[in-house]
Ligand binder design. Structure first.
Ligand SMILES: Cc1cc2nc3c(=O)[nH]c(=O)nc-3n(C[C@H](O)[C@H](O)[C@H](O)COP(=O)(O)O)c2cc1C
Length: 326
């Protein structure tokens, strides 16, 4: 049946594309919490696109598979994924991109998605809300993500970051053990690995703010939609270690990729060498850089504040709208 000529057009539903890849279910739970208010709103249509690697990554990981994933992760040269399933000419008002960090870079499945021609088409010119959930080292990965989004012609309008709140040296043990055993509480006496359930639940505040912004058409503007919601808290003291790690991943990654493709026989001996180097780095560079920074902190105040502000763009760590949305 056709509308009468003078009947008002029903308002178009806002279309939101959500990417999905999670090994442990942690990022899926965060995404579900953000999406709940959007799914409850009839004027918003949500389409979830699950990223499917052609050669799936195992969970829990074996030590070898874990280490063998580092050269291609760090070099943004991921294993292939299946073609995305959205229609080729699909158009979305907003893209929500939840992603995890692998070896100080966006995870391979997410990188592969952003490098896929179909994804590039659908992301061109679109506002993207990035949601990172990782151990606690994400700043260099965000720089790489910005490049990937630029290459798609997408606009990073917001960035939310969720990290494990335990001290760095605890998470450097508890996260790998979670990856190798599949259990968050694999080490008795240490806090469970990953992001706390209460924090995941509270992510619904981002969904409520996105819902209101979409209904107001604010996704078309330049201002972030999630400011004032404590979206991100950067720890700039970790940047020195992240930079050192990234440099070493570039060098060792080049060596390992020259030795063969993932899974090839020449890589395991080199990976064992690399593992020893990595442990040495974690035991030396990280504590030395944190201690030196603690000693000269008064001299670094301005630089650390500038770095913090830079990495907290665009959503920021302000909390002025928490009362409205939490
Ligand atoms: C291969 C691998 C490398 C990782 N590297 C980092 C890293 O460099 N920095 C970080 O904060 N977390 C790192 N993590 C933790 C992940 O970002 C993520 O929090 C965790 O794997 C949870 O998985 P899910 O989000 O797929 O459910 C790594 C995890 C894996 C499996």
């Amino acid at each position: 049946m056709q509308n009468a000529p003078d009947a008002p057009e029903p308002p178009a539903r806002k279309r939101v594309l959500v990417l999905a890849y999670s090994q442990t279910g942690q990022l899926s739970a965060i995404t579900a919490s953000i999406l709940a208010p959007l799914l409850a709103e009839a004027r918003i249509a949500v389409q979830v696109e699950t990223i499917r690697p052609r050669r799936p990554f195992p969970f829990p990981w074996s030590l070898f598979r874990f280490l063998d994933a580092f050269p291609e992760s760090a070099h943004l040269a991921p294993g292939e994924i299946e073609a995305p399933q959205f229609e080729a000419d699909a158009s979305f008002d907003l893209v929500i991109l939840p992603w995890q960090v692998w070896f100080l870079a966006p995870s391979q499945p997410v990188t592969a998605f952003l490098q896929h021609p179909a994804a590039r088409r659908v992301l061109a010119g679109k506002p993207v809300v990035s949601v990172i959930a990782c151990r606690n080292m994400w700043m260099m990965a965000l720089e790489k993500m910005k490049t990937l989004l630029d290459e798609c012609g997408a606009r990073l309008i917001d960035n939310v970051v969720l990290t494990d709140r335990a001290p760095t040296f605890v998470t450097l043990l508890s996260t790998p053990m979670w990856m190798f055993t599949g259990r968050r509480d694999a080490i008795p006496g240490l806090p469970p690995a990953g992001i706390a359930a209460t924090e995941i639940e509270r992510c619904s505040r981002f969904g409520r703010a996105l819902r209101d912004a979409l209904l107001d058409g604010r996704e078309r503007g330049q201002a972030p939609l999630l400011s004032g919601l404590r979206a991100v808290e950067a720890d700039p003291r970790l940047l020195t270690s992240e930079r050192a790690g990234t440099r070493s991943f570039q060098v060792w990654g080049t060596l390992l990729r020259a030795a063969g493709k993932p899974g090839s026989a020449l890589r395991p001996p080199l990976l064992i060498l690399y593992l020893l180097f990595l442990i040495l780095m974690i035991l030396t560079v990280l504590p030395i850089s944190l201690t030196v920074q603690a000693l000269i902190r008064p001299l670094l105040t301005d630089r650390l504040a500038a770095r913090k502000a830079y990495f907290e763009q665009p959503s920021g760590s302000g909390s002025e709208r928490l009362a409205q949305y939490d």
